[in-house]
Write a protein that binds this ligand. Structure first.
Ligand SMILES: [Mg+2]
Length: 412
């Protein structure tokens, strides 16, 4: 004879059949019903959003990072939709594997930009389904706010100094310059820009002393020799990091450059996988990991690269140049990563880019001074005004096709 306690336990426990049915219902509701893309003109650029809808009507949003080639990524998302519809949206890491491995020609920036946007949308969905912010799905928060670095935009040394002064006044302690000479028409003379950029940086350091951390984004426009010359112009202690001076196709070129200067490198915004990142980390060729969650493969790949960076005592400094969905994804990732320095922001008073239009994204991650606040809302914490965005017809946007003074083509 069972005692009264056993009887009570048996009566309150749900029957096994009912539990199985509930699990089956949950799996059905979480199945992917539709994957669609939306390319909209927001501010100076087009943004490519990916929308994933499940059988129960929940919606998740992701953003692709391959700015300027959105149509290629949208077509790839369309390919993937063919096998994603009907899958359980909660199997995020498995979907990543299937998206990456189930084709003969794996990888590449177009494919991983599509995978990134889908992965971010699936995390948004899962957070909404479980009613938790995404960072809780990534292991929880390591910090209470997300510090950022601001970027200057001035075209002259005087304007650069004004930009830095405004950022410092508003609380920024890490500032990256974007040399003014970079946006001077379609002609770009790499040699001629080096001395101007060096003078700007020396003036900023002289004016603001060591209370700021100072970096420069060289936008991979130079050769190894040009970069070595530039670094030699910098008095020791002027620069805290130099971002992407050369293109990253040949890691051995970075290895050669690494021997010519002791200024820390910040590289990684072009990486499209952990395999690309590993070559730089393992050889000590970047001291900050500039990964982009909307390009490298979403949260699934970004968290792996962050862990690989941690092993090398390298802090993540995420690339975040796009819209509110990319920013939110970057904030959640930055919250969960232990080895973190600053997140890029393009929302300072210095820059008026229009990428975070509140009429198109009524709810976004909030900023307070130089930090992003962590959202408590489920998912990414971003609300998308889809009707308004669909009215923002994309325009054909090309990056500058830069030429040297002799007419030859050079890097944007
Ligand atoms: Mg950059």
């Amino acid at each position: 004879m069972p005692d009264q306690t056993q009887i009570a336990t048996q009566q309150s426990a749900p029957p096994v059949a009912a539990m199985k049915m509930r699990k089956a219902d949950a799996a059905t509701q979480a199945r992917i019903a539709e994957v669609s893309t939306l390319i909209a003109r927001v501010g100076r650029r087009n943004q490519l959003l990916v929308k994933v809808t499940t059988e129960d009507g929940l919606v998740g949003w992701g953003e692709s990072g391959l700015s300027g080639r959105e149509k290629s990524v949208a077509a790839t998302v369309d390919h993937y939709a063919g096998f994603l519809v009907g899958q359980d949206s909660r199997n995020i890491s498995r979907i990543w594997q299937e998206s990456y491995r189930s084709q003969y020609f794996e990888g590449g920036r177009v494919l991983t930009a599509a995978i990134s946007a889908i992965d971010i949308a699936l995390y948004d969905l899962l957070g909404k389904r479980l009613e938790v912010p995404v960072y809780q799905l990534l292991g929880g928060k390591q910090r209470d706010v997300i510090p950022t670095f601001g970027t200057t935009m001035g075209n002259t040394k005087e304007q650069q100094l004004k930009d830095v002064a405004l950022l410092v006044e508003q609380g920024w302690t890490c500032i990256r310059t974007y040399p003014g000479s970079f946006d001077d028409g379609d002609v770009f003379d790499p040699r001629a820009t080096l001395s101007q950029t060096a003078e700007e940086l020396m003036a900023i350091r002289a004016e603001f002393g060591n209370r700021i951390c100072l970096g420069v984004d060289m936008h991979h426009r130079y050769t190894v020799a040009e970069t070595a010359d530039f670094c030699a112009m910098m008095p020791k202690g002027t620069l805290n990091f130099i971002e992407e001076p050369i293109r990253s196709e040949t890691p051995e070129a970075y290895a050669a450059l690494r021997k010519m200067t002791d200024i820390p490198f910040a590289v990684g915004e072009e990486f499209a996988s952990k395999w690309e990142a590993a070559r730089f980390l393992d050889a000590g060729m970047t001291q900050y990991m500039r990964l982009d969650v909307s390009n490298i493969g979403g949260f699934t790949e970004a968290m792996k690269v962050a862990a690989m960076s941690e092993r090398h005592y390298v802090d993540v400094m995420p690339h975040n140049p796009l819209g509110p969905v990319c920013t939110a994804a970057s904030v959640h990732m930055s919250a969960a990563v232990p080895n973190f320095s600053w997140l890029e922001t393009r929302q300072t008073a210095v820059e008026k880019l229009g990428y975070h239009d509140a009429s198109l994204f009524p709810k976004q991650i909030e900023m307070k001074g130089p930090v992003y606040l962590l959202p408590e809302a489920p998912g990414l914490g971003v609300e998308v005004n889809e009707d308004a965005l669909r009215k923002q017809k994309p325009e054909h946007v090309e990056g500058p096709h830069l030429k040297r003074p002799d007419g030859s083509v050079t890097n944007w």
